[in-house]
Write a new protein. Sequence first.
Length: 247
Amino acid sequence: MKRTIIASALFAAATFAQAAPASDTTIVLVHGAFADGSSWDQVIPLLQAKGYKVVAVQNPLSSLADDVAATQRVVDAQTGKVVLVGHSWGGTVITEAGTSDKIKALVYVAAFAPSEGEATANLGKDYAVPPGIATLRQDAGGYLWLPDDSVAKNFAQDVPAAKARLIAATQGPIAAKAFGDTTSVAAWKNKANYYIVASQDRMIAPDLERAFARKINAVTTTLPTGHVPMVSQPAKVAEVIIAAAQR
């Protein structure tokens, strides 16, 4: 009887130890420019199915400081560990916002990864202008947006047409000046880092993404996708995020 009780206790402890990382870890997802939190809608259920709490930040896209503040509010609200994930412009945001001791890993998804004192606008200066960037339009208020046809051709060229139209309809214009805002820290220097390179990206040069991954010494996954692998290959993106959460 005593042995049975001890064995049961050990089994329960082992089961808890296996489950704890999911129950104690929150995945915080940070969208990029020309997007909103719904850009993660195919990844979120996959993470939740594994027992993770997931929160998608809704960035105002008005400045780097504003987006960092929005992200840090979400991180600060969590009680356990956090895996902080950034797509595109969201990579700049998590680089600045990801310094909390709660954060166990950073995941960059086809994202910028600046160093201290760098502005996003200058990060690709040594590379050819990506096709999608050449199509940007600016409104009277100084916000940048992508025409619908460019969303389909350059931002999300490898997703169904109906999904591309939805992405265009829900896109979040970004203040042009935000790309000139400089970082003050580089959180990736003190965190475990993961990077997903989108090898068919038409918004950020794939070679630039590879350079970021090398610079931050990231565990790197290359997917044959356009700029939004979390839409076109959500299961593959979820696998990387889960690997970061389980480390």
